[in-house]
Design a binder for this molecule. Structure first.
Ligand SMILES: Nc1ncnc2c1ncn2[C@@H]1O[C@H](COP(=O)(O)OP(=O)(O)O)[C@@H](O)[C@H]1O
Ligand SMILES: [Mg+2]
Length: 243
């Protein structure tokens, strides 16, 4: 996806009209997703049918099927990211052990990461304690950051997840040894639809920042090209979650 001009919010736009447009757009996304699912299932069957392609003609057909499958997966990703972003929700924060949540997310991503030559190092400081978290949304935010880190390490690397507490503030650092972010792009990465990845949606970090801020927290990014990136989530002593 090509970088587009950032547009996080429209000052002065009628909120009711925006909400209506949002509803329309999510409806459309849902409508597209169902037939897409049917197409995908049938393509999968076709893929199986042609899996043992013998001659050139058959191999060419299989290649086209694979390409269609890739594009369908891409469309599904776009719709999923969009729906996550556009869907109305209300956070339901409940006091949860921050390290336990981090541990669950790491366990979830571990197999996929390892298969891509990525080593996950978890440095969770004991006694970090609890914070009011909407577990599903917070996990999704963490996942978005971790997936970006993995995608930045095409040839493998280290993903370091650290938690610590300073006074009453809890910090979570997610560091990768990947491609890094060019200084001129650093301010754009949270903009909706800004992506420099093939197949990227540019919605992951925008959504992540919204979730973290709705938990009363902050998200910061430091990066050096060809060295890596560190994303820090700061959760304050006294949360003022406004979700
Ligand atoms: N850990 C990272 N390393 C390098 N670049 C990153 C990292 N995280 C985010 N980015 C940059 O920020 C952009 C936006 O990220 P995101 O909102 O998740 O969208 P997407 O992953 O779909 O591109 C990415 O396309 C990438 O250029
Ligand atoms: Mg992403």
């Amino acid at each position: 996806m090509t970088p587009t001009s950032p547009q996080n919010s429209e000052p002065g736009a009628d909120p009711r009209r925006l909400a209506y447009l949002g509803t329309l757009a999510s409806g459309l996304a849902h409508e597209i997703r169902n037939p897409l699912g049917t197409m995908k299932i049938n393509l999968q069957l076709l893929e199986e049918d042609w899996a043992d392609a013998a001659n050139n003609r058959e191999k060419k057909t299989l290649k086209k099927i694979n390409l269609l499958m890739k594009e369908i997966n891409r469309l599904e990703n776009i719709l999923d990211d969009f729906l996550r972003f556009a869907r109305g929700y209300r956070l339901k924060p409940v006091d949860r052990d921050v390290n336990a949540i981090l541990g669950e997310v790491l366990e979830f991503v571990m197999p996929e990461a390892e298969s891509h030559g990525i080593r996950i190092l978890s440095l969770l400081e004991p006694g970090v304690g609890k914070y009011p978290l909407d577990v599903n949304h917070f996990k999704q935010a963490l996942l978005n950051i971790i997936v970006n880190g993995q995608q930045a390490m095409e040839n493998g690397g280290d993903l370091i997840v650290r938690s610590h507490r300073e006074g009453k503030q809890i910090s979570i650092d997610i560091t990768d040894t990947g491609a890094g972010i060019a200084p001129e792009n650093l301010e754009k990465i949270f903009n909706v639809y800004w992506s420099n990845k093939k197949g990227g949606t540019g919605l992951g970090l925008a959504f992540t920042r919204r979730i973290i801020e709705e938990h009363g927290g902050d998200i910061l990014v430091q990066s050096e090209p060809n060295v890596g990136t560190q994303v820090t989530i700061q959760l304050p002593a006294s949360p003022s979650a406004n979700g």
